[in-house]
Design a protein around this ligand. Structure first.
Ligand SMILES: *Cc1c(COP(=O)(O)O)cnc(C)c1O
Length: 395
C-alpha cells in the first residue's frame, strides 16, 4: 500500500510506516538497540555485502530512524534522507561530503554561527575556503562563483534579520556551472518552503527547531534530491564521522512531525497578531517579517514560502538599554535562544547568538544593539500581546 499520492498533511502522519510490519502497533515502535542479531553467519555476510536488507548496527541504520528518514524525504520531495544527532552534525557532514582540499564554498552573507565556526575549521585545518556574497542578482552570483567553488550554501530567511534569498535564481545559475546547492531550511520547516522543488540538491534542518517543535531534542536532517547521493553519504561520511541520531530522539521527532502543519499555521497566525501590535508600538523602529506587506522582499518571500512563519525580529528605540529592559519586563515570554518551540522565546542577537561575530561585521549584517528576535510560540495570541504591551509600557 503506497501512500505517495497523499498530501503533505497526511504524509506527516503516515509516510514510511505500516503497522502490519510491527505487530500491529499504531505508533512507530522505538527500537532502542545498538546492534542486530543475525540468524546465521551467512546471513551476517549477506547483510554486510549489501545483498540482503536488514539491521546490522545502529550507526548504519535503525528501523525507528528509518521511518523518520523516509518521512522527511517525502516532506521535502527528495529521494532519501539522513538523520543526525544535531543540526551541526548535518551541516558538517554535507559540507565534508561536497568538498575536498583546495575547494571553496560560496555562502550568502549571514549564516548560522556554528556553521560559520565549521567553515573556519575547514579553512584553517584543511585548506577549504569560503566566500560570502549577497547573491541577489544573476550578475552577483556569476561574479561570486570561482573556478574551484565546490558548492553553494545558503539560508533563507537569514537569521536574525529575516532577509530573503531567492532560491530559484541561485539554483538556476548554479546549474549552469554544475555546482550543487545546499539550503538550510530550518527557519521555514518543510511545511512553509521546499528548496528541492526550487532546484536545490540538498536541504537540511536543525530538527531541534520546528520539526521536533517541543524543545526537548537536539537533532538534524539532510534530504537529498537523489537517492544515490544520500546512500553514498550514509555509508561514508555519516558512518565514519558518526554523528547519528539516537533511536529515542528519532522517535520523538516522528511524534513531533505529526503536528507540524497544525503548529506552523498557529505559529504564523500568532506571529501575524504580534506583527500588528508591533506596528502600532511607538518604541519599535524596524520590523523584519517575511510576509509583512511593507517588506521590500515580500514578493520573493511569497514566491517561495507558503506563509511568513513564526519568527519576527524588530529593533527598539534606545538600543541595548531598552532591548534588555524590555526582555527583563516580560513575564510569559521566556528569554532563551533556540526557536520553533511551543513556548514564545525572545533573544538579543548582539549579546547572545551573534556575540561571537566581530562588531563591524555584526553591524554590516544589520544586527544592531537594539535588535531583538522573537520565536512566536503556540500560546494564546492575546496573552502574548498583553505581555509585550505591559513590558513596553515600562520601557
Ligand atoms: C539551530 C540551528 C542550526 C544548528 O542546529 P543544532 O540542532 O543546534 O545543532 C543550524 N542552522 C540553523 C538555521 C539553526 O537555527
Amino acid at each position: 500500500m503506497g501512500n505517495e499520492q497523499h498530501q503533505k498533511e497526511t504524509l506527516y502522519i503516515h509516510k514510511g510506516y505500516q503497522s502490519i510490519e510491527h505487530h500491529d502497533s499504531l505508533s512507530v515502535p522505538l527500537y532502542q538497540t545498538s546492534t542486530f542479531a543475525f540468524e546465521t553467519a551467512e546471513q551476517g555476510a549477506r547483510r554486510f555485502a549489501g545483498d540482503e536488507a536488514g539491521g546490522i548496527y545502529s550507526r548504519l541504520g535503525n528501523p525507528t530512524v528509518h521511518v523518520l528518514e523516509e518521512r522527511m524525504a517525502a516532506l521535502e520531495y527528495g529521494e532519501g534522507a539522513l538523520a543526525f544527532g544535531s543540526g551541526m552534525a548535518a551541516v558538517s557532514t554535507i559540507l565534508v561530503h561536497l568538498t575536498k582540499s583546495g575547494d571553496r564554498i560560496l555562502c550568502t552573507r549571514g549564516i548560522y554561527g556554528c556553521t560559520f565556526g565549521f567553515l573556519k575549521i575547514m579553512k584553517e585545518k584543511y585548506d577549504i575556503s569560503h566566500d560570502f556574497a549577497t547573491l541577489a542578482t544573476e550578475e552577483d552570483i556569476e561574479a561570486a562563483i570561482k573556478p574551484n567553488t565546490a558548492c553553494i550554501y545558503i539560508e533563507t530567511p537569514i537569521n536574525p534579520t529575516m532577509e530573503i534569498v531567492d532560491i530559484e535564481l541561485i539554483t538556476k545559475v548554479a546549474k549552469k556551472h554544475g555546482i550543487p546547492v545546499v539550503v538550510d531550511n530550518t527557519f521555514s520547516s518543510p511545511y512553509l518552503q521546499n528548496p528541492l522543488e526550487l532546484g536545490a540538491d540538498f536541504v537540511l534542518h536543525s530538527a531541534t527547531k520546528y520539526i521536533n517543535g517541543h524543545g526537548d531534542v537536539i537533532a538534524g536532517i539532510v534530504v537529498g534530491k537523489k537517492k544515490e547521493d544520500i546512500e553514498a553519504i550514509r555509508f561514508s561520511v555519516q558512518k565514519d564521522y558518526g554523528g547519528i541520531i539516537s533511536p529515542f530522539d528519532a522517535w520523538l521527532l516522528i511524534r513531533g512531525l505529526k503536528t507540524l502543519h497544525v503548529r506552523m499555521e498557529r505559529h504564523t497566525k500568532n506571529a501575524e497578531d504580534i506583527l500588528t501590535f508591533l506596528k502600532s508600538c511607538s518604541l519599535v523602529e524596524n520590523i523584519y517579517y517575511p510576509f509583512d506587506e511593507d517588506n521590500p522582499q515580500f514578493n520573493i518571500a511569497k514566491k517561495q514560502m507558503k506563509a511568513g512563519g513564526g519568527l519576527i525580529s524588530f529593533t527598539v528605540k534606545g538600543g541595548m538599554k531598552t532591548a534588555q529592559k524590555l526582555m527583563n519586563e516580560l513575564g510569559l515570554i521566556k528569554i532563551a535562544v533556540s526557536l520553533g518551540d511551543a513556548e514564545t522565546l525572545i533573544q538579543h542577537p548582539a549579546t547572545m547568538t551573534h556575540s561571537v561575530v566581530p562588531e563591524i561585521d555584526r553591524i554590516e549584517m544589520g544586527i544592531t544593539d537594539g535588535l531583538l528576535r522573537l520565536s512566536v510560540g503556540l500560546e494564546n495570541a492575546g496573552d502574548l500581546v498583553e505581555d509585550l504591551k505591559q513590558a513596553f509600557s515600562k520601557c
